[in-house]
Design a protein around this ligand. Sequence first.
Ligand SMILES: Cc1ncc(COP(=O)(O)O)c(C=O)c1O
Length: 385
Amino acid sequence: MDTHRLSTLKALLGRFPRIDLGFFPTPLHTLPRLGRTVGHDHLWAKRDDLTGLGLGGNKVRSLEFFLGQALAEGADVIITAGGLQSNLCRLTAAAAAKVGLECVLVHNDDRPAFYQGNMLLSHLFGAREVFLGRVDEEARARAVEDVAAQLRRTGRRPYVVANGASTPLGVLGYVRATAELCEQWSGLSGGAAGACSAGAPSGGVSSARVSPAANLAPSSPPIRQVAMVGAMAGTVSGLVLGVALLGHPFHVQVISVEYPEPHLRGLIHDLGARAWALLRAAEAPAELGPDPESDAFADWLNAAMTIHGDYLGPGYAIPTELSRRVLFDAARLEGLLVEDVYTSKTLAGLLDLIHRGVITRGEPCCFWHTGGLAALFAQADKLQP
Ligand SMILES: Cc1ncc(COP(=O)(O)O)c(C=O)c1O
């Protein structure tokens, strides 16, 4: 791990408008009882379900950049779109409430007879909802543009959080998070851990919050593998790009929960390239990484990750036998909640990779929890005794 790269990257990210919405760094702690089920003594969890705002989750990190830009542009209303149980909608509503902006949520579904889970929380956060009925995502995107145009006609200044937050600016949230994990690990381990030894914490994303459950021995070896979910890919693209920019301090095991592997790889390459182009336009030093248009760029990104399409099962939001078992194991062995759409499959994938020896037993690894727990209540009918 190269401390020069770390400080350069942090300075670069600091050139983008951003507001504080969450509590960072999120806790990092071990999962000893769950690790033991696969004979592993160094299983960690990075708890982005605890980002703090509105029941937490990964999108808080992207929203810090989106709302930073929205406020810098003088926006007075934030618009985003999603299904009824969209975590992004819930968190956008919470973020808008926190900074005193109006929020409009466009749902491609009918108004539910009974509000629960994310819907209920978005309502509590005061969002205005538009229900389109069951239309596809393209029609939903057009409806968002219509809502924005209508607002502009009445003199308002809308800001759209587009495409499930999977945009180059949104990707910066997890580039920043990668630096956070490296600094946090370094702080927890006294800077001795090789892969993530990024030097002493120095404010900003760096101050390590030692979780009471950290169980960190002074000799704890560095984290070598991190499992992260991939759906529309804004989150994992940031992590993979961050890992590449920091000189590949660890490897990312990407667990696909929406698309087959080749499609997800395409999304990560496209978003990673566009996010890196955005950073370069902010005058990133050329030596940080290859030209996003070059062949070397794809190799550089591929070296940071392995994508697994085989934990998806029958499809998006449909649990597999393994993910369902892990949902209960995590709850009953660690008091840790995961849900059926994103996180149970990711944790299941990581545990299976350990079980199959792809991740070796001496190799410290980390499950990056991305939240989504409000949706658990909307999944209650499938979780009954
Ligand atoms: C809780 C949670 N985890 C993971 C993801 C996946 O993120 P991405 O679409 O950036 O791949 C999402 C997306 O909405 C989410 O809400």
